[in-house]
Design a binder for this molecule. Sequence first.
Ligand code: AP5
Ligand code: MG
Length: 214
Amino acid sequence: MNLLIIGAPGTGKGTMSALIKEEFPIVHISTGDMLREAIANETNIGKIANHYISNGQLVPDDVIHGIIVERLGKDDIKNGFLFDGYPRTQNQAIDLDEILKSLNINLDKVLYLDIDDEVLKTRITGRRLCSKCNEIYHVVSKPSKVEGVCDICGGELIQRADDTLESLVNRLEAYHGMTQPVIEYYEKQGLVTRINADQAPAKVFADIKDALKD
Ligand code: AP5
Ligand code: MG
């Protein structure tokens, strides 16, 4: 299965991707995670991306192109992949089509997590992330057993630098302006399944599994 998961910031793409990859033998590829790792490692890409991410703006398409081509060159994508947070612009979607065509790979489905913007404020400001294993928490809906400590690896829980209300305004603007046309692009190809993301995580995941049964 070759899948995309698309949705506004904080809709639950990372949370659902973790559940999907437990159930299905596919690799989870999050451009956001890759860029944050590049920032932490102070690579050239990280230095470019830092400026955009901290302002809630999209990283330029040519930078994203480079990391996608490199990632799709790895062997582990052969059993299938799940792109989380990519493509985010129509140019990226056209570019992905071309890259996949050259690799003789088809996209099977686009999972579109749909939600009202209002819900996202509490999701974004309450999110905590394990600094070691990237496990996602929420201070209200998914607290860790011990405050500030990851249940899985004992790592320190942190807040993402872009998880502020100020940055969220820009992230939502980028989402509505640049990423929603991507959903329309895939709708025209008949690939999109809309999932109501404003439900308990277990229910959202059950709806995703139903969509993947087809
Ligand atoms: P990225 O890391 O992709 O961030 P995002 O799209 O803003 O999405 P988030 O990771 O914030 O949210 P999510 O949907 O994964 O939600 P989560 O599961 O964590 O990108 C970051 C930045 O990198 C971008 O702004 C851009 O600058 C750059 N970038 C990345 N890719 C790019 C690209 N292709 N092109 C250009 N630039 C790019 O959940 C959020 C919270 O809600 C958590 O606390 C969770 O516990 C909670 N939660 C989840 N589901 C539920 C539920 N059903 N009910 C209650 N709470 C829930
Ligand atoms: Mg995410």
